[in-house]
Design a binder for this molecule. Structure first.
Ligand code: C2E
Ligand code: MG
Ligand code: MG
Ligand code: MG
Length: 282
């Protein structure tokens, strides 16, 4: 985490309620013009196949360098964007820009990268969400089998009878679906196997401590076993050390994402490092 992000957080959580409200208001206000002022960019964090060590895809992550507020972490501005309605324009931008970039990468490359995009609950529940994301993929001629939409486990606490048809429609259109931050929410095992998802991502908080904390270790092991049983791809996020990688390899985790391989990269850095370097694994 950058210093300014840490400072922002400290202010947010330790400051008075008044300060927190002020900051949230400032963020909300600045966010409204952030897109127009070209303050939003996207970085791409590689996902590596454990078996082969090759890159198989990237996750698109939004970055905001505000002229007024400096760097603001998505952990701080995404929830505010959700509450203020800016998330739809922001989300559309992320979808188009990420598809544009990775399409360019794939066209000029010997193998295709999968693109993972975070979709917030508000976005997913917009009446025309499926239509708009299908449209985006068509506008850019991006093969949808290479697009994974990451939804958080929390969406499942909203009415499943509302969410499920949307997920099914996305699957019918060949998008892949991933359950992000897995283990932090309220998923019940009984319906997990009935969800039309392709992938689960083990939350970083478990990877942080699973080498030293027995409970986290059991949890990580169990999530991987469940993933295997349900035929989901299992991704571990936040892998920072060789020791973590080794243990996850032992547990048969499928994909790894984390600083051990790469921090999220600007598009040019992604190209410089990975264009035509390797063949991906399936
Ligand atoms: P996420 O989707 O779970 O993304 C993973 C987060 O973990 C990213 O934080 C990434 O930079 C960070 N990370 C990955 N590997 C490591 C590591 O080895 N060590 C550490 N310390 N961190 C690692 P980031 O980019 O700050 O994003 C935070 C969250 O904001 C994301 O969590 C996601 O929920 C949300 N977000 C980011 N971009 C978007 C977006 O375009 N749309 C939506 N709806 N949400 C977004
Ligand atoms: Mg994610
Ligand atoms: Mg996550
Ligand atoms: Mg598996």
């Amino acid at each position: 985490k950058s210093k300014s992000a840490a400072k922002g957080r400290a202010l947010f959580f330790n400051g008075s309620v008044d300060e927190a409200v002020k900051r949230a208001f400032a963020i909300e206000t600045e966010l409204r013009t952030a897109l127009l002022n070209e303050e939003i960019s996207i970085v791409y964090q590689p996902q590596i196949c454990v078996k082969t060590g090759n890159i198989v895809g990237v996750e698109a992550l939004a970055r905001w360098h505000s002229k007024k507020l400096g760097f603001v972490s998505p952990a701080e501005f995404i929830p505010i964007a959700e509450n203020s309605g800016t998330i739809n324009a922001l989300g559309d931008y992320v979808i188009y820009k990420a598809l544009f970039d990775i399409n360019a990468f794939n066209i000029n490359n010997a193998f295709k990268l999968n693109l993972s995009i975070n979709i917030s609950p508000k976005q997913l529940l917009e009446p025309n969400f499926v239509e708009s994301v299908v449209q985006a993929s068509e506008d850019l001629a991006f093969d949808r089998q290479f697009i994974t939409l990451e939804i958080t486990e929390n969406i499942l606490i909203t009415d499943l009878s509302v969410v499920l048809p949307i997920l099914l429609e996305l699957r019918e259109n060949n998008f892949k679906l991933s359950l992000d931050d897995f283990g932090t929410g309220y998923s019940s095992l009984s319906y997990l196997s009935n969800l039309p998802i392709n992938e689960i991502k083990i939350d970083r908080t478990f990877i942080d401590k699973f080498l030293t904390n027995h409970q986290s270790e059991s949890l990580v092991k169990t999530i991987i076993a469940i993933g295997d049983f349900c035929d989901f791809v299992v991704v571990a996020e936040g892998v920072e050390t060789k020791a973590q990688l080794d243990r996850l390899t032992q547990f048969n985790c499928d994909l790894i994402q984390g600083y051990y391989f790469d921090k999220p990269l600007a598009y040019n850095d992604l190209v410089a490092k990975y264009q035509s370097c390797n063949i991906s694994c399936d």
